[in-house]
Design a binder for this molecule. Structure first.
Ligand code: ARG
Length: 465
């Protein structure tokens, strides 16, 4: 069976070479994009008088028939034709005869594959942004429901200061907001047309790249044909954005795993998002959260992989670049899979607010507030810190909490203490005292939620990115 490029060869390719060099096993995922690009290309060839109108019509209807077959799952992808581009072209020639061979006029697989990947990623990024918006909305809904849920906030995983659970959740809404902005920004560098760059230097045919860009909805053209066929920055940017999103999801996963444990018992994930143990009947494991945390590794790996593939490649196209695809497809699937599960998992999460509040009551996370209390009465904060340090030591020694001490005990540490200290130490008071923009006071968190709602709406309507 001769190859589309077989003219210069006198021997069949070694079977192992065919298997080793082919990419159809994974690039069939771009069949739709490959045909879309070809339809725009052939339409341009007609418009520029490079092909006859009748030829354009034949090729177009042939491509559409192939597209139907792909959509119905009837198309037979074969490694005989190496990659998606030659699979489609060979099928076209089979469908309409030798005139199908005119489709590749003024084009190379190098600008074709780049175009396919721009089309593919552009579409995926839009879907990923939608999934991120959905996740933000579910987190925001939980935040609204938990405006009165007080929990310990942690540093060094030691109880630090009481916070609202809503405040903790809103931190993730902010992270995903930055992730969306990064995707929207790099979209600009994905929405550029390589086609027309030919193999590397352009083409001798009088093509119209602007027309093709318009057909395919690309905002700009690559300025330089060498760059057009060599650029994989847009994929690296995507993999890097995806790594950040996975890192954020992984941190949230880690918190869910901790909060689900009997040691914390702060939240319960719905049965539908947990799995059991084959030996320990009592177990309910947060497998989805753990697996998202685990899959973060492969996304980082895909980023490192492609950076490494490209680092020493001379211009322009090199076959090494075929290694750009599996990591991209895998990252898209991994990220979408995680986001699709996370939104409903967060929505169905039950919050044990009594356990959270109990954790706040049983600790020293209000200690900063007594230091602030003394500082407000004129004692330098550093000295106040020292006094409270001693006070905490005294409590630890006697197995008491700050609210258990008598006023006489307080006053033995500083004459500045008065009866109002007990009010200052109440968890609600401690939370609401952080009444600063971006702080955990209830009214600040409410304002933050309102701002985030506006931000998410604006981001959803931002179609110009
Ligand atoms: N399957 C190839 C790839 O993914 C398409 C481009 C092939 N170009 C070439 N000059 N061999 O990179």
């Amino acid at each position: 069976m001769s190859k589309l490029w077989g003219g210069r060869f006198t021997k069949e390719t070694n079977q192992l070479v065919d298997e080793y060099t082919s990419s159809i096993q994974f690039d069939y995922l771009m069949a739709e994009e490959d045909i879309e690009g070809s339809l725009a290309h052939v339409s341009m060839l007609g418009k520029c008088g490079i092909l006859e109108a009748s030829e354009v019509e034949l090729i177009t209807s042939g491509l559409k028939k192939i597209r139907d077959k792909v959509r119905n799952g009837e198309f037979q992808f074969s490694i005989r034709h190496e990659d998606i581009h030659m699979n489609i072209e060979a099928a076209l020639i089979e469908e309409i005869g030798p005139v199908g061979g005119k489709l590749h006029t003024g084009r190379s697989r190098n600008d074709q594959v780049a175009t396919d990947m721009h089309l593919y990623l552009r579409k995926q990024v839009v879907e990923i942004i939608k999934l991120l918006h959905q996740l933000q909305e579910e987190i925001l809904n939980q935040a609204k429901k938990n405006l009165d849920t007080i929990m310990p906030g942690y540093t060094h995983l030691q109880r630090a200061q009481p916070i609202l659970f809503a405040h903790h959740l809103m931190a993730y809404v902010a992270m995903f907001d930055r992730d969306i902005q990064r995707l929207q920004d790099s979209y600009k560098r994905t929405n550029i047309l390589p086609l027309g760059a030919g193999a590397l230097a352009g083409t001798t045919f009088p093509i119209d790249r602007h027309y093709v860009a318009e057909q395919l909805g690309f905002a700009r053209l690559y300025e330089n044909s060498m760059d057009a066929v060599s650029d994989r920055d847009f994929i690296i940017e995507f993999l890097s954005n995806a790594s950040l999103i996975m890192m954020h999801l992984s941190r949230l996963s880690e918190e869910l795993v901790l909060w689900m444990s009997s040691e914390f018992c702060f939240v319960e994930l719905d049965d539908a998002f947990c799995t059991g143990s084959s030996i320990m009947p009592q177990k309910k494991n947060p497998d989805v959260a753990e697996l998202v945390r685990g899959k973060t590794g492969r996304v980082y790996g895909n980023l490192m992989g492609l950076l490494t593939v490209l680092k020493a490649l001379p211009l322009a196209y090199n076959k090494d670049m075929q290694e750009d695809k599996e990591g991209m497809f895998d990252t898209v699937a991994t990220l979408k899979g995680a986001l699709q599960l996370f939104a409903p998992m967060i929505a169905s999460m039950k919050v044990n607010d009594e356990t959270m509040r109990q954790a706040v009551r049983n600790d020293f996370s209000n200690a900063t507030d007594i230091a602030d209390y003394l500082a407000n009465k004129g004692l330098p904060f550093r000295s106040a810190h020292e006094v409270i340090g001693k006070l905490v030591l005294y409590c630890v020694d006697k197995n008491l909490l700050l609210l258990d001490l008598s006023i006489e005990e307080y006053q033995s540490f500083s004459p500045l203490f008065e009866g109002d200290i007990y009010q200052v130490l109440q968890p609600e008071q401690v939370v609401n005292a952080r009444n600063v923009y971006g702080g955990t006071a209830r009214n600040q968190v409410e304002a933050a939620i309102a701002r985030a709602e506006i931000e998410i709406e604006a981001s959803k309507n931002n179609i110009a990115f």
